[in-house]
Design a binder for this molecule. Structure first.
Ligand code: EPZ
Length: 433
């Protein structure tokens, strides 16, 4: 199993240079599934090279969709000819976002079999809102042998409906939005997620001929059309990857410029980083971040966009671990997203979890010492890499397949700005003692 071996500076590592930010994983995934809505070719640009992107390509190919090899950051996808409407367990179990083929398959072909996504480390993550919304659009849905079996009403076309989701769900909104583009009549989605990745999906659907109003708001109005056509779309920049590297600078200190970013979609995260003492100069596409001295602690609650994102919680906790005081973080989106805390405490952090709140007493960076730690989910892995760069000695982060799901060769990007990180495998704890 691959690992990252990090030689930390005991509080002396400084990051200096430039890092290019890729396209957003959580925009590219629904956007790739949306290509099922047309038989025309769709050209995508700024697609990140990630494990989850490869999984989605495999899933689409399994359905009979033509997906070109990802060349640099470009891919062409065409759902033409005989397309299967069954997404099998063996792929869906590796990536929950596979549920995003449900809406498009049902809307275009009138039927879909999608394996129920299994459990997940950070929470139960049910898909009841996806199902209820599609039922409101006339779909007949049964759960059979671990599969969601969905059928459009007689005639094969979904019917526009007024849907109010019971909670704000990102992929739930995306599934219903995609399904509504081909339904007959008008669909209104109230309580819709307004994350930038949802808006990027909507922009691509509009470029394919969809009629959607309310982008960026919690009320989306979709006028169904008979069919959609091909397009070329550039995926929005990954605000979570950008925020992750900004946390790395805040924790280690240094002077790093991020390129190919969109600062306008990073609001709450930039505010909190400034509170920590990170100085930033913004242009339309770059963020220059300068950090000197120990970060100040920041407390926050995770909420839906435009609030503080749950996907940045672990990374900020890593910075809080070496901040000059106490902080409290409350996780309101997922029920089990503090698995990184125990791993951080193995490095010398002082964090206590009580229910959905974690309280941190910041320690001096030079008091952290390297250890063998285990990644448990995508963002937790990134937070351990950040702390590993600060700790003195060697840290080995195990199970980094989690990291590769959402970060393109993180070790190369960090090494290029001064970190000492190598990709290894099979190392034991002897390496860190
Ligand atoms: C998306 O997951 C992201 N994934 C997650 O990013 C992100 O953490 C999450 O949104 C919240 O922002 C992708 O976009 C591929 P939700 P999603 O549906 O859509 C409950 C990462 O690190 N819920 O917004 O699965 C659910 O249990 C990943 O890149 C229901 O109860 O999240 C959760 O408590 C991790 N029923 C809350 O809503 C439903 O039908 C929000 O979940 C749907 C959701």
């Amino acid at each position: 199993m691959e690992q990252l071996k990090i030689i930390g500076g005991g509080g002396t590592t400084r990051l200096n240079g430039s890092i290019r930010i890729g396209g957003a994983k959580n925009a590219a995934l629904p956007i790739m599934c949306a290509t099922l809505l047309t038989g025309d070719a769709v050209q995508l640009r700024n697609v990140p090279s990630l494990r989850d992107i490869n999984t989605t390509s495999k899933l689409l190919r399994e359905l009979g969709v033509s997906v070109s090899e990802l060349e640099h950051d470009k891919v062409t996808i065409q759902a033409y000819g005989t397309i299967s409407t069954k997404a099998t367990y063996d792929l869906v179990k590796t990536m929950r976002a596979s549920i995003l083929v449900l809406g498009p398959l049902l809307a275009r072909f009138g039927e879909a079999w999608v394996s129920l996504p299994g459990g997940c480390a950070i929470g139960a993550r049910p898909v009841d809102q996806h199902i209820k919304g599609l039922q409101a659009m006339g779909a007949e849905i049964t759960i059979e042998h671990g599969y969601i079996h969905a059928k459009a009403p007689a005639g094969g076309r979904l019917i526009g409906a007024h849907i109010v989701t019971e909670m704000i769900t990102v992929t739930g909104t995306e599934n219903l939005l995609m399904a509504a583009t081909l339904a007959s009549g008008t669909t209104i989605i109230e309580n819709a997620a307004c994350e930038p990745e949802v808006t990027d999906l909507a922009k691509m659907l509009i470029s394919m001929g969809a009629k959607i109003e309310g982008l960026g708001t919690s009320r989306l109005v979709i006028e169904g059309v008979e069919q959609l056509h091909g397009t070329t779309h550039t995926v929005v920049s990954d605000r979570i990857e950008a925020g992750t590297f900004l946390c790395a600078v805040a924790a280690t200190g240094g002077d790093v410029t991020l390129t190919h970013v969109d600062p306008t979609i990073m609001g709450a995260v930039l505010d909190k980083l400034r509170e920590m003492g990170l100085q930033m100069e913004l242009t339309d596409t770059t963020i220059r971040a300068v950090m000197t001295g120990q970060p100040k602690p920041v407390s926050f609650k995770t909420t839906e966009y435009p609030g503080f994102p749950t996907d940045m919680q672990a990374q900020f906790m890593a910075v809080n671990a070496v901040a000059s005081g106490a902080s409290r973080v409350t996780e309101t989106i997922f029920e089990n997203r503090f698995m990184h805390v125990q791993e951080m405490n193995r490095l010398g952090a002082s964090i206590v979890v009580d229910g959905n709140t974690a309280s941190t007493e910041g320690v001096l960076p030079e008091t952290l010492s390297g250890a063998m730690v285990m990644a448990t989910d995508l963002r937790a892995s990134a937070s351990l890499v950040i702390l590993g760069m600060v700790a003195g000695g060697t840290t080995i982060v195990d199970r980094i397949y989690h990291l590769d799901r959402g970060y393109q060769r993180m070790e190369e990007k960090l090494t290029a700005v001064g970190a000492t990180i190598t990709r290894v495998q099979g190392l034991s704890e002897d390496e860190v003692l």
